[in-house]
Design a protein around this ligand. Structure first.
Ligand SMILES: [Fe+2]
Length: 170
C-alpha cells in the first residue's frame, strides 16, 4: 500500500476513536443532567465510532499492514446549554467528512482503487452522519425550547437502538 494512504488510514483510526470519546463526553453531560434519551443517542453514536475504527483496523490488517495506535486526545468541548453538544456533533462530523475526503483524494491520486472502494462506504456514512446531527439541531430548535417539548424529544432520542455497521469485513 502507498505509504501516505497507509499513514492516513492509520491516523483515521485515531480520529474515529476520538469521535467515540467526544460523543461519550456528550452522553456523560446529558446523563449527568438527567436527559437519559439524549444520552442514549450519543452513547450509541460513541459505539458506532468504535465500529468505524475497527473497520479501518481490519482493512489495514487484511492488506498486510501493521497498525500503530496513538494516544487519544481528551475531549475538551465545554457545554453551556443542552443545544451545545448537538452543534458540536454536527461540526465534528463536517471535520470527519473532510478527513475521509482527504484520504480518498490521496488514494485516487495513486490509483489505489481498492481503498477508494473501501472508502465509498465511509463517504456514504458521512452523508448520513451530517444529516442526522443536523436533524438533532433542527428538532431541538423546533421542539425543545420549552420543557414539555424537551421531555418529548428526550423520549424520542431514548428510542434509538444500536445497529452494527452495514459494511462487514472478514
Ligand atoms: Fe465515524
Amino acid at each position: 500500500m502507498n505509504e501516505e494512504v497507509k499513514r492516513l488510514l492509520n491516523e483515521q483510526i485515531n480520529k474515529e476513536l476520538y469521535s467515540s470519546y467526544l460523543y461519550l463526553s456528550m452522553a456523560d453531560y446529558y446523563d449527568y443532567n438527567n436527559l437519559d434519551g439524549f444520552a442514549n443517542w450519543f452513547y450509541i453514536q460513541a459505539q458506532e465510532e468504535v465500529d468505524h475504527a475497527m473497520l479501518l483496523r481490519r482493512y489495514l490488517l487484511n492488506n498486510g499492514e501493521a497498525i500503530e495506535l496513538e494516544a487519544i486526545a481528551k475531549p475538551d468541548l465545554v457545554f453551556n446549554s443542552f443545544k451545545d453538544p448537538l452543534v458540536g456533533a454536527y461540526e465534528h462530523e463536517l471535520f470527519v467528512t473532510a478527513s475521509i475526503n482527504n484520504i480518498y483524494e490521496k488514494a485516487a491520486s495513486v490509483k489505489d482503487y481498492r481503498t477508494m472502494q473501501f472508502l465509498d462506504w465511509f463517504i456514504q456514512e458521512q452523508m448520513e452522519e451530517e444529516k442526522n446531527t443536523d436533524e438533532l439541531i433542527r428538532k431541538y430548535e423546533l421542539y425543545a425550547e420549552e420543557s414539555k417539548g424537551l421531555y418529548q424529544l428526550n423520549q424520542e432520542f431514548g428510542a434509538r437502538v444500536y445497529a452494527p455497521p452495514t459494511l462487514v469485513l472478514d
